[in-house]
Design a protein around this ligand. Structure first.
Ligand SMILES: NC(=O)c1ccc[n+]([C@@H]2O[C@H](COP(=O)([O-])OP(=O)(O)OC[C@H]3O[C@@H](n4cnc5c(N)ncnc54)[C@H](OP(=O)(O)O)[C@@H]3O)[C@@H](O)[C@H]2O)c1
Length: 238
């Protein structure tokens, strides 16, 4: 199960897993066209993977019940959950509204915790949970306070969940992307983009496929547990 699995990083992870035969449940927030598109592409794969695509807004607490009920109603168990969908709020610090702050935390932190609480019994022993964090949760920036702080919480969740999930035989890890070429950066002014590229040792944004392989490794390796893997092209070295 991949939240936010219809575009960008989530879509690339879905394709990387679908190609090798994983059955997939992908969730999305509201862009039906992108959902139909990834479903079509996955059904075309020769691996013959099964694909279900569900609309489930991570900012809406009701989505926890929706996804839980879907698994139970279809008597489904999963091997891996990827908590990938993330929210931000770019309002200036001075005018940021409490509701916007709460929405970001609801989607990035509360939703995964309470979905996991409901479906932990539906994740098979030997399975895994993988979170999508963000470099902004490690290196504070000036665009979104709510995003940076909530992603730091996502990183903290990884370590803190290890002992809670160990009795179920479930591992938990996180991927921390730097700057990945997705719709997330749509409309970013060229000068800001160039300034970011100037700070990355590799001098460019990451392709979604490059980061997708890390998720697959974390899902398939049976001994990596409680780790955060930073995939930032060497941002820290420049
Ligand atoms: N791109 C980067 O440089 C970068 C860097 C670090 C971390 N990240 C993190 O990576 C994750 C994915 O980002 P991305 O760059 O792949 O973004 P993206 O290309 O915009 O894709 C976002 C995916 O999440 C879904 N989504 C958005 N809002 C949602 C909501 N309220 N409820 C449920 N699903 C929702 C989207 O579906 P709809 O469009 O239908 O809503 C889509 O499937 C996020 O957690 C982000 O914080 C991204």
């Amino acid at each position: 199960m991949i939240t936010g699995g219809t575009k960008g990083i989530g879509r690339a992870v879905a394709l990387a897993l679908g190609e090798v035969g994983y059955d997939l449940i992908l969730t999305y927030g509201g862009d039906v066209e992108a959902a139909v598109d990834v479903e079509r592409e996955l059904r075309r794969l020769s691996s013959g993977c099964d694909v279900r695509v569900l609309r489930a807004d991570v900012a809406d607490a009701g989505s926890v019940d929706l996804l839980h009920d879907y698994l139970v109603g279809n008597d489904m168990y999963v091997d891996a959950v990827v908590f990938n969908a993330g929210l931000t709020c770019r309002a200036p610090f001075e005018s940021m509204q409490r509701e916007e702050w709460e929405r970001v935390f609801a989607g990035n932190v509360h939703f995964p915790v309470f979905l996991l609480q409901r479906i932990v019994g539906r994740i098979r022993e030997g399975g895994s949970v993988t979170f999508t964090g963000s470099l902004m949760g490690i290196r504070p920036h000036s665009v979104s306070l709510a995003y940076g702080v909530s992603k730091s919480s996502v990183h903290a969740l990884v370590g803190n969940l290890v002992k809670f999930l160990a009795p179920y035989g479930i591992r938990v890890n996180g991927v921390v992307p730097g700057f990945v070429e997705t719709q997330w950066h749509e409309g970013k002014p060229q000068e800001i983009r160039r300034s970011i590229e100037g700070k990355i040792a590799l001098g460019r944004f990451c392709a979604p496929e490059e980061v997708a392989g890390v998720y697959r490794m974390l899902i398939e390796n049976s001994y990596v547990n409680g780790e955060i893997i930073v995939v930032d092209g060497g941002y820290s070295y420049k």
